[in-house]
Design a protein around this ligand. Sequence first.
Ligand code: HEC
Length: 300
Amino acid sequence: MGLVGVVFSTVLLISFFNNISADKPEPTAEEEFHLSPEPLALASNGPFGKFDTKQLQRGFQVYKEVCAACHGLSLVAFHDLEALGYNEAEVKAIANQWPIEVPSVNPETGEAATRKALSSDRFPSPYANETAARAANNNALPPDLSLITKARGGGAAYIHSLLTGYRQQPAELLQKFPAAKTPEGLYYNPYFPNLNLAMPPPLTADGQVTYAPGNPAPTVDQMSTDVSAFLVWTAEPKLAVRKATGLWVTIFLLFATVFGYLAYRNLWASEKRKVRVTGALDPKNQAKSASAKAKAGIEG
Ligand code: HEC
């Protein structure tokens, strides 16, 4: 039995080390050149985070003027924009002037038609359906952006890095991985998981969007930051309320813990102090020994 065991474990050990040294997979271009998102400082970050509504308005403007041509926001309604500081009339005007109309039915013929958006409508998708969207985008599907900051690791930081991360494919990559050359119709971006994506760089020039006076200069970096902040809001409009509530709940729980501990000390105070005396100190034993001593006539 012992011999069988020794042979078995020797074979196991040999195969174990062989496996480790031999069939190591070749490194891939994605493994070597993919980058993690750069950190992005936003007012909504951290446990005390709040939205900067001025920034959200700028981000909405970037979405409206650039991204909305290809991406829908199917979970956000126009009237939700009131949370960004627009009043009812402004929201009505934004919906009414939205360049993409909402699917509808012609009341007379019953045929499919489109109409101008109302405040109660959600942001319409720019394409009739997925087939049309793919046909217009080199067979790639521009995802709905409502929840994109929740759907991608890194959230807003990833969106910002992706928007500012387009560049020439490094010569080193082509040298090492000639087969990984960016295909025709795709764009190299080291923040995208497979390094090449079908979205052409959407923000290419400073001043592509004109901000109202009193706002920071619309550099590519600023516009990318603002639209990323806006997409944090679309994915979680109640973020500030959640964080503020969480803070008070934590403070309450801290107090409750302190009071709970004090109550525990108070309730058990009379029980814990009692010490059971044993041996020579036990009053019963002392009485016994006193009577024994008295009987034997011993003093003390
Ligand atoms: C010309 C059309 C077009 C415009 C304009 C455009 N996008 Fe895209 N976007 C796409 C396409 C197509 C994809 C899918 C890419 C792929 O899967 O390769 C995409 C994908 C994305 C993704 C998902 C990336 C991922 O991890 O899957 C994000 C985020 C995104 N776009 C954000 C934006 C933002 C923000 C803007 C505005 C500043 C914008 N896009 C403007 C076409 C566009």
